[in-house]
Design a protein around this ligand. Structure first.
Ligand SMILES: Cc1cc2nc3c(=O)[nH]c(=O)nc-3n(C[C@H](O)[C@H](O)[C@H](O)COP(=O)(O)O)c2cc1C
Length: 164
C-alpha cells in the first residue's frame, strides 16, 4: 500500500480546547469534519491528555487556524502534553463559554459531546455545535496540505495522519 495517497485527503488544522477541572487543556487536531448541519466529528488519540479531559468535561471548542498561525501555537499544543505543562500560558487567547479560543485564528466552534465511536487507537467524538463565529474572516484557513508543503510542518505519532 502506498500510504502517501492518504496525503491526498483534505483537512484543515485546528486547536481543540477543553477543561481539566479549572485548568485548560487541548491540542492540535487535523481530523475534524462537519458531520451534519449542526454536528462535527473529532478523532482523538486515546493517549492524548485532551482525550481524558474531553471524556470528563463533555464539552470542547475548536479554533480554526489560519495560514498565518503561530508556529509556537502548533509547537505547544501539537507536540507537548498538558499532562506535563500548562500549554496555553504563552498563547494569546480569547475565552468563550469558559473555553480557550486562539486569538490568532479564523474562527471557532463550541460543542457539547453527544456521542462517540471507538477505534483501536482513537475515539471519534461527535460534538453538537452550540455556538460559533469568525474571529477574523479575512484570514485564509490553513489546510493540512499547506501545513506540510508551505509551513514544512510535520505530525507526531498520535495524529491519525502520522505516516512514520
Ligand atoms: C498538525 C497536527 C495534527 C494533529 N492531529 C491530531 C488529531 O487529529 N488527533 C489526535 O489525536 N492528535 C493529533 N495531533 C497530535 C496532538 O496534537 C499531540 O499528540 C498533542 O501533544 C497532544 O497533547 P495532549 O496530551 O495535551 O492532549 C496532531 C498534531 C499536529 C502537529
Amino acid at each position: 500500500m502506498n500510504k502517501e495517497v492518504l496525503r491526498a485527503l483534505s483537512y484543515g488544522v485546528y486547536a481543540v480546547s477543553t477543561k481539566d477541572g479549572e485548568r485548560d487543556a487541548g491540542c492540535i487536531a487535523n481530523s475534524i469534519m462537519q458531520v451534519t448541519y449542526d454536528t462535527v466529528a473529532v478523532s482523538m488519540n486515546h493517549n492524548n491528555f485532551t482525550h481524558e479531559c474531553m471524556t470528563k468535561n463533555k464539552k470542547f471548542a475548536i479554533s480554526i487556524l489560519g495560514e498565518d498561525a503561530d508556529q509556537n501555537t502548533i509547537a505547544f499544543l501539537g507536540f507537548m502534553s498538558g499532562r506535563d505543562r500548562e500549554k496555553f500560558d504563552k498563547i494569546e487567547c480569547l475565552e468563550k463559554d469558559g473555553l480557550k479560543i486562539i486569538k490568532n485564528s479564523v474562527g471557532y466552534l463550541i460543542c457539547d459531546i453527544i456521542d462517540k465511536l471507538e477505534t483501536e487507537t482513537h475515539t471519534i467524538f461527535i460534538g453538537k455545535i452550540l455556538d460559533g463565529d469568525y474571529v477574523d474572516s479575512s484570514k485564509p484557513p490553513m489546510t493540512y496540505a499547506y501545513y506540510h508543503k508551505v509551513k514544512k510542518g510535520n505530525s507526531p505519532k498520535n495524529a491519525p495522519t502520522y505516516l512514520g
